[in-house]
Design a protein around this ligand. Structure first.
Ligand code: NI
Length: 204
């Protein structure tokens, strides 16, 4: 057993390096925004016209006066979306009264399945202040482009997608938009609730 693992170790290291390299390469395809100092008038974000989880039309202008903490994801996401939204929920809890200044927003990248009703069911699990936004495919494409979101549909399931099941590969970025509608910060990695709360406290 020990001998085997010694023999295998160099191969495992090579495989690990390859996988790591591939993941790094993939992550490089996704937004590079984390490396940008993101204060001032950086060209990410912008106006949108969407529909919220209650079926009401919502535009970016409706959120002026409050911060938006925006995440692009989808309700069928098995892991990263619920994890990130749970972190946001917990961080806002930790913020206390300051949390009132922030509206947590999930913009779906899967408008086909994420109808207002589906979003309503989903966002309420994270807290009463969460807003889910969906729209037509064109509206969603437009907002994805403005926020430089990476989102690609991929067949999934045992049938390899023949039954129509799919996931969406997507970038994992939290955007903090200011009360004036300007982008303040991108979080390009999932922080702990404590770290996110601590950072938000310095910004809102
Ligand atoms: Ni996801």
């Amino acid at each position: 057993m020990l001998r085997n693992s010694r023999v295998l170790m160099p191969y495992l290291l090579v495989i690990a390096a390859l996988v790591g390299g591939f993941l790094w390469y993939q992550s490089e395809q996704v937004p590079r925004m984390g490396r940008v100092v993101s204060t001032g008038s950086i060209d990410v974000g912008g106006a949108f016209k969407l529909t919220d989880h209650l079926g009401q039309p919502r535009s970016d202008a409706d959120f002026r006066g409050r911060y938006m903490l925006i995440y692009f994801g989808f309700t069928f996401c098995p892991d990263i979306c619920p994890t990130t939204l749970a972190v946001v929920a917990e961080a806002l809890d930790k913020l206390g009264p300051d949390a009132k200044k922030i509206v947590p927003v999930l913009i779906t990248i899967d408008p086909e399945r994420d109808t207002p009703a589906v979003l309503a069911d989903y966002v309420k699990a994270f807290g009463p202040t969460f807003v889910g936004l969906t729209g037509t495919t064109e509206q969603i494409k437009d907002v994805e482009k403005k926020f430089r979101v990476y989102a690609v549909k991929r067949p999934t399931g045992e049938s390899g997608g023949k039954d129509g099941t799919y996931g969406v590969d997507h970038s994992n970025v939290l955007y903090l938009v200011g009360p004036d509608g300007k982008m303040i910060h991108f979080y390009t990695e999932t922080l702990s609730p404590d770290d996110l709360a601590k950072d938000l406290r310095t910004k809102v």
